[in-house]
Design a protein around this ligand. Sequence first.
Ligand code: 0RA
Length: 650
Amino acid sequence: MSDSIKKQDYSADNITALEGLEAVRKRPGMYIGSTDSKGLHHLVWEVIDNSIDEHLAGHCDKIDTIIHKDNSISVKDNGRGIPTGMHEKLKKSALEVVMTVLHAGGKFDKDTYKVSGGLHGVGVSCVNALSADLKAEVHRGGKVFVQDYKQGKPVADVAEIGTSDDTGTIITFHPDPEIFEEIVYKYETLSSRMKELSYLNSGLTLTLTDEREVIDGKAKQETFYSEGGLKEFVAFLNESKTVLIENVIHVSGKEENVEVEVALQYNTSYAESIYSFVNNINTREGGTHVSGFRRAVNREFDKYGKDNKLFSKLKDIKISGDDFREGLTAVVSVKVPEPQFKGQTKGELGNSEVTGIVSRAVGDALKDYLEQNPKMARRIIDKVILAATARNAARKAREMVQRKNVLAGGGLPGKLSDCSSKDPVECEIFLVEGDSAGGTAKQGRDRNFQAILPLRGKILNVEKALEHKIYENEEIKSMFTALGVSIVENEGERDLNLEKLRYHKIVIMCDADVDGSHIVTLILTFIFRFMRPLVEAGHIYVAAPPLYQVRKGKQFIYCWNEEERQNAINTYSTSENDQSVKIQRYKGLGEMNAIQLWETTMDPDSRTLRQVTIEDALEADRVFSMLMGDEVPPRRAFIEANAKYAKVDV
Ligand code: 0RA
């Protein structure tokens, strides 16, 4: 045992500390958001955030994460190591204080500029509180120290167990099954965030090892490292697109303790893809940093176009802000000492001073770029002109479609099988992929309140389509008229009119296979981009058809996952290999008859609907625009693995 750490009895300080962590166990949601799979992964981010703070302070360049066979996690860094000396006030090892006192994390070194965290930033003590057991190992000052905990409480004092030439911290923990509904870690969730973190922290090496998956005697492992940081991030995002300008434009600056780093590049698509981060955390709803960025882009290109008299082709067509950013891929990353988050999912930066800071940094850099690269500047301006022209054409096409519908007496699409009720609150519409599944759904439904709209073929890939083409698409037109919603434009701003919405539940129903989940992503992305208020108002759902039916004689059980399938087999089996138990794998909706489809997927008394939240839709959109390049098929698996929706039983 180290000199500075003495055995002690349980003092008042100690009791306060324990109470602190009890609060975390009582209301885990308050500290880590939720106790589902998301909260489970949050524990890993919390530990890694602390290691990244060491990186930001210039003391750490490697973080190794291991998923062990039993779903415990180790995070090892080569930072300074958590201090182990005596904490004067609390009269115990600083390590114990960091691990057992809420928010004790950064209090030791006020000199360090601590920026990671933000949204999380609740400290490793929270991870400790929510772990069945945890081990902290510290290499520091030539020595190795350890302390073990159970449910956040130290099992013994900090012990010195050896010598070491290096410095760093290794945290190993088992998430507590008493707290978490889900305790299986997803490799894909951890790896995609680590890839992102490597771009956001150039020079930092992150490794991920999965000991649950051993190939040729070796555990699965990946290393994430980026030399070029955000520049490489943007190049990666544009990988499957055709770029419009040769190089990625890079911006960095600092003002009033706010650090700004931005990378941007135009491609030939029509979508704007801005990924934004505050203190390494993805701000999916944007905020003041994104506003500042957009403002600078619009202002500088507008000025350049006007100064060089490049807009004369447009005649009386006005350019709107969006036109400047069609085909723009950008990553905006800011480091803010005291970030304020707001919005529905707390995914929006609120600090107002950041707008001007980002706008100035980006404006200065763009001015230089445009001056030095007149050829590239011309290409961008030509694209802006094309965007404005297309938007004008789209408005005309939309107005025409909407007028035609009104002239036709607001006629509903021919292939809509409407319900008899006219009360939107109780009405539901199922958007069903394929005519054959549509037919089954039509037979199986309760026609009093359930309508069916079959959608033929793949909905247009909105990432690649010009807007006026979208309004000419039959499937999309029929969605607008069936739902009773229309787009209205006010001074260049698009809005969705929901006053005549005909159904309060809009249910996307697709096959439970790869193609089905691909189509769900397509439909969701379309809805997110063109009918976003429907998501915000909670009207969008995804149906969950079963994957299996396990049968014995006339009895049967529907199953939605492997575990249920195994349970059902066990229930029916009377011997080791009971041949009378039959398993049917439903590949598509078409394999079910009308009664089965009703019982499993449509009947409000027995179905499971997943409500799509704005966060899910944002994620679908993000995944979608990241993946929908020219090569869709190889990326399908990724879409499937990442298609996730909030699960709400309705
Ligand atoms: C408190 C103070 C210092 C570092 C840390 C905590 C720290 C925490 C974690 C968690 C995982 N890895 C970590 N590495 C460091 C500052 C140390 C100093 O001033 O020497």
